[in-house]
Ligand binder design. Structure first.
Ligand code: APR
Length: 324
């Protein structure tokens, strides 16, 4: 089989890239090792920055996001017992963020791809990338016991931190930087109304806390905890008690608690790869970098990567430019 761009990974990066290329008339196939349901089942980020909002609109999949998403023009910072609102909209000349789950964004992109009849191979195994230092890169994979080969012009490694693309880059050509933080974030998702209509970032003597949200009825909270903590040692009760201790009296009074529907401890680290290009293979999103889950930075950086990569590919195909 032949296509113009072979995209590895059907997470937000791969799906958004696929949609933007389709809008520009560029053929692409997506190879994903999991099932679509598995990809949709992952609880992830929930705050879209303006760049992500604009790209969803550019990709023609922003309708439900604008209907169901919550627009925030600012956020609050609580330190030394006092809350300070940062007027993001005013300070950025009109930009906002949108509370809209990564799962919803992924679903909108998946649905649009399926509706357009674009090729996505789920449960593709043993994906391997070849000859990306030539003008004729290839991708091989297996599906239902059969082997397949795709000839393409470019490979987009949107396969996340554990993917095959970065792992296939020549060791001599890649530099990796990592910072591991000496604590983790204990996160809880609960079907309770958020403590405040905007996010609250907390710097308390007991440690960091974040009051985030997914909707008017679903809240997301994080507590900084020692790396030695185990999630099974944190009852919901203990979580809410500790969160109260880190909040100011007004937020404490507003806090509605309830059973957690997801609870986990995320070890915090920052990981960056340089460069993101290896011949005709490009990395985008978590394949190239991991950042702590503050304000969905991972998702929004992924969207920014995809913006630059899709623009470059459009320039190559539509404007016939081979500019580096
Ligand atoms: N072959 C095919 N698919 C693969 C392979 C492989 N060898 N390795 C990984 N994948 C798939 C994964 O199953 C996953 O669906 O690539 C996809 C990568 O998606 P993400 O990990 O979500 O990364 P990305 O699309 O860059 O999105 C970044 O997702 O992980 C969160 O916090 C992160 O919000 C950020 C966003």
């Amino acid at each position: 089989m032949r296509t113009q761009v072979a995209i590895i990974g059907a997470g937000p990066s791969g799906l958004l890239l696929g949609q933007l290329l389709h809008k520009a008339g560029i053929d692409a196939i997506i190879l994903e090792r999991q099932t679509g349901d598995y990809v949709l089942g992952r609880i992830r980020a929930g705050i879209l920055e303006q760049v992500c909002i604009d790209l969803m609109d550019e990709a023609g999949v922003g309708e439900r996001m604008h209907k169901e998403g919550l627009v925030h023009g600012g956020f609050e910072m609580l330190y030394n017992g006092k809350r300070h609102r940062v007027d993001m909209n005013k300070l950025t000349g009109g930009k906002n963020v949108m509370v809209y789950g990564q799962t919803d964004l992924t679903k909108d992109l998946m649905d649009a791809r399926a509706a357009a009849g674009l090729p996505t191979v789920y449960e593709a195994t043993n994906v391997a990338v070849h000859d990306f230092d030539s003008k004729k890169p290839r991708v091989t994979y297996e599906k239902d016991g059969q082997k397949f080969e795709i000839e393409c012009d470019f490979i987009a490694g949107c396969d996340g931190f554990h993917g095959v693309c970065r792992a296939s880059a020549p060791k001599s050509a890649i530099k990796e930087f990592e910072k591991v933080y000496p604590f983790g974030w204990l996160g809880v998702l609960a079907d309770t109304p958020p403590v405040h209509h905007e996010l609250i970032y907390v710097n308390s003597p007991r440690g960091f806390a974040l009051c985030s949200q997914r909707s008017h009825t679903r809240s997301r909270y994080y507590l900084q905890v020692p790396l030695t903590d185990k999630v099974e040692n944190w009852s919901d009760e203990a979580f809410w008690d500790e969160l109260r201790l880190r909040l100011d009296p007004a937020a404490r009074a507003q806090l509605v608690t309830g059973p957690s529907i997801e609870k986990s401890i995320a070890p915090l680290r920052s990981f960056i790869t340089e460069p993101l290009r290896f011949g005709r293979m490009f990395l985008a999103g978590d394949a190239g970098h991991i950042v702590p889950p503050t304000g969905a930075k991972g998702l929004n950086l992924a969207a920014t990567d995809v913006k630059y990569l899709s623009n470059a590919l459009v320039e190559f195909y539509v404007e016939k430019s081979e500019a580096e």
